[in-house]
Design a protein around this ligand. Structure first.
Ligand code: NAP
Length: 243
C-alpha cells in the first residue's frame, strides 16, 4: 500500500490532495491530521491534533506514525499552515509569533523527526517528505513577517534534512514546495486585510476578481506530479510554477 500522512487535510489544498489520492489509486491510504475531520472514506483515517497546543502534539504524535508494515510508499505532506494576524511588527500581539511558528515550523519539524525516526531505514519502500512552503519564504511581504519567516525556516529545515538523508544514504527525498496562489480560506483572510496592514492587498483582491487563483484541485494535481516525478523539481526548495 501507499501511505500518505497529510496535515491540514480538512480543507483547502490538503483536502484536495487527500481526496485526489484516495480517488486515483486503490492502493493509496491517507492519514489526515488537523483539528477537524471532513473526509469519510474507507482508506482514510483522521487523527485530531491542534498544532498550536505543543504539549498535546507531543503527547499524541506517536498515534500518527504506526508500523505501516505493508508500505511500498511512505509520504509525509506537511501542509497545515496559518497566516496568523496580518500587520506590521511593532503593531502585533506577541502571541501571534508563537502561534505561527508552532503551526508552520515547530510541529512540521516534529512530524519530520518522527517520520524519519519511524521509517528512514525502511527497505524496498519509496520515502518522501513534501513540505508545503510559499514564495513568501523567499521574498518579504509587509504585514506577513511571521508567515514569511516561518516558510523560510521550513525551506531550510527541508534542505538540511535532505542533506542529512543523503549522508545517511536512506534514499528519503525531501522537498519544500511553493504551491502557487490557491483559492482557499487563507486567501480570503488575505483579501480582508486593510492597506495599512498589508500594502499589496489590492493585488490579491484583483487575483480573485480576475480568476487568477488556482483551484485547490489544480494545485493538488501539481503536488501529486511532484510525488510521482520528483525529478521535475529544480531542487529541494521548488515551486509548482517550474513544473
Ligand atoms: N492558499 C494559498 O494561496 C497558499 C499560497 C502559498 C502557500 N500556501 C500554503 O499551503 C498550505 C495549505 O494552505 P491552504 O490555503 O489550503 O489553507 P487553509 O484552507 O486555510 O487550510 C489550512 C489547513 O491547515 C489546518 N490547520 C490550521 N491550523 C491548524 C492547527 N492549529 N492545528 C492543526 N491543523 C491546523 C486546517 O485544519 P483545521 O482547521 O481542521 O485544523 C486546514 O486543513 C499552507 O501551508 C499554506 O501556507 C497556500
Amino acid at each position: 500500500m501507499n501511505h500518505y500522512i497529510i496535515t491540514g487535510a480538512s480543507r483547502g489544498l490538503g483536502k484536495a490532495l487527500a481526496e485526489a489520492l484516495l480517488e486515483e489509486d486503490e492502493q493509496n491510504c491517507v492519514i489526515g491530521v488537523s483539528r477537524h475531520s471532513t473526509i469519510t472514506h474507507e482508506r482514510y483515517r483522521h487523527q485530531p491534533l491542534d498544532f498550536s497546543d505543543i504539549a498535546g502534539v507531543e503527547h499524541n504524535l506517536h498515534k500518527v506514525f504506526g508500523p505501516l508494515e505493508d508500505a511500498q510508499k511512505l509520504v509525509l505532506v506537511n501542509n497545515a499552515g496559518v497566516m496568523g494576524e496580518i500587520g506590521y511588527i511593532g503593531n502585533s500581539q506577541n502571541e501571534h509569533y508563537e502561534y505561527v511558528f508552532d503551526v508552520n515550523v515547530i510541529v512540521p519539524a516534529m512530524f519530520m523527526n518522527l517520520f524519519l525516526q519511524s521509517y528512514q531505514h525502511r527497505q524496498n519502500c519509496q520515502k518522501m517528505i513534501v513540505n508545503i512552503s510559499s514564495g513568501a519564504g523567499q521574498k518579504p511581504k509587509d504585514g506577513w513577517a511571521a508567515y514569511c519567516a516561518s516558510k523560510a525556516a521550513l525551506d531550510m529545515l527541508s534542505q538540511t534534512a535532505q542533506l542529512e538523508q543523503e549522508k545517511l544514504g536512506t534514499g528519503v527525498q525531501v522537498f519544500s514546495v511553493a504551491p502557487g496562489i490557491i483559492d482557499t480560506e487563507m486567501q480570503e483572510q488575505i483579501r480582508e486585510a486593510s492597506v495599512e496592514q498589508f500594502s499589496s492587498v489590492q493585488q490579491f483582491r484583483d487575483y480573485k476578481t480576475q480568476g487568477a487563483l488556482a483551484s485547490p484541485e489544480e494545485a493538488a494535481q501539481k503536488i501529486i506530479r511532484l510525488m510521482k516525478e520528483p525529478q521535475i523539481a529544480r531542487g529541494v526548495v521548488c515551486s509548482v510554477r517550474d513544473f
